[in-house]
Design a protein around this ligand. Structure first.
Ligand code: DON
Length: 333
């Protein structure tokens, strides 16, 4: 393999500069793809049986810059279930619809240092700890208003449509599988109901939570969502507003502090990119002001994160100074 490509300096908006940046990014992502495609460590999620039936070898890396340049390497059109990455979008919906104060009454913003499905609540304030772990995400989903599951799912799909320009399909087999095996989530939800953190009807909220996790997206979709959040809520392709800048800021904050669960501290320390993972194999990263990066590869580590994905993000951050607090971080504005 030849030497790593030289990173272009801060670039402007001329056609040539944008082309130079896109070619550079393509080269970087293609190299990462070929470096990690042989890595087969990790295992498919099997606690939801349907997730254990996916092809373990697919691998995609996608990026979109805040000026709308897109780069895709590998299986970027392959659809997989978004799983916990949906928590970010639905948290945005809850913030918009209810306001920050009302949401904070039900769900805090403190990292737990525990697994995503830990049975842990914020006892001092009688709320879920944060919106990225299951407890908090279920409490956030409870806040999605509507008349029955279909209507509330419509509100979630409306949000996805704002980001993606289309309503994603639902993987019915995964949804059914989640329902059939979701007793731990039921336990968490009923505990919160008993404490008055959820309003209910709790089975509807759980069904909606299982549905949002079963929505089908691609790595390219995740990069688009990341770029919109990174662009402070405006779609880089159209300039249209998708979410308010204050909501984008809150999403980036909880992604950085809580998005990677019991690996969040280590992730913030070593990678320093706000990110959210899902047990379907996706990781969505947000480079504030610069763009979105997404990986897809379904073999997971012990924290429930894609093994190849974590490697890609670690290497990208290290080699290109992408840590949020790195003084050499490029394209910062
Ligand atoms: O709650 C669950 O078990 C899943 N539907 C979502 C979990 C998930 O994606 C955890 N993230 N890595």
């Amino acid at each position: 393999m030849s030497a790593d490509p030289v990173r272009p300096g801060p670039v402007g908006d001329s056609h040539d500069e944008r082309t130079e940046r896109r070619l550079w990014l393509e080269d970087v992502l293609a190299r990462l793809h070929s470096r990690y495609v042989g890595l087969t460590d990790g295992a498919l999620a099997d606690y939801i049986p349907e997730l254990a039936t996916v092809d373990p070898d697919r691998f995609a890396i996608a990026a979109m810059t805040t000026d709308g340049e897109r780069v895709e390497v590998g299986a970027c059109d392959h659809r997989f279930t978004i799983q916990s990455i949906s928590k970010l979008l639905v948290y945005g919906l809850a913030l918009e619809a209810n306001g920050r104060e009302a949401v904070l009454e039900r769900v805090g913003v403190a990292p737990t240092g525990e697994r995503f499905n830990a049975i842990v609540l914020d006892d001092a304030d009688n709320r879920a700890p944060n919106p990225m772990v299951n407890a908090g995400a279920i409490a956030v989903t409870d806040l999605v208003a509507g008349d029955g599951v279909d209507d509330r799912l419509g509100a979630v799909l409306d949000v996805f449509e704002r980001y993606l320009g289309r309503r994603p399909e639902i993987d019915e087999a995964v949804w059914t599988s989640e329902r059939a095996t979701g007793d731990r989530n039921r336990a968490i939800a009923y505990l919160m109901l008993s404490r008055g953190i959820l309003d209910g009807p709790v089975d509807d909220t759980l069904d909606l939570y299982f549905a949002q996790c079963s929505l089908l997206v691609t790595a390219a979709d995740l990069a688009t969502i990341g770029a919109i959040i990174a662009n402070h809520g405006a779609d880089p392709r159209t300039g249209g507003r998708v979410i308010e800048p204050t909501v984008a800021r809150d999403l980036m904050t909880v992604a950085l502090t809580c998005g990677m669960y019991d690996y969040a501290g280590e992730w913030a320390y070593t990678v320093g990119i706000p990110a959210k993972s899902g047990v379907g194999g996706g990781i969505l990263g947000v480079l504030p002001g610069a763009g979105g990066i997404a990986t897809f590869s379904p073999r997971l580590d012990e924290h429930g994160h894609s093994v190849r994905g974590v490697n890609v993000f670690e290497e990208l951050s290290r080699d290109f100074d992408l840590h949020l607090f790195d003084p050499d971080r490029p394209w910062y504005r």
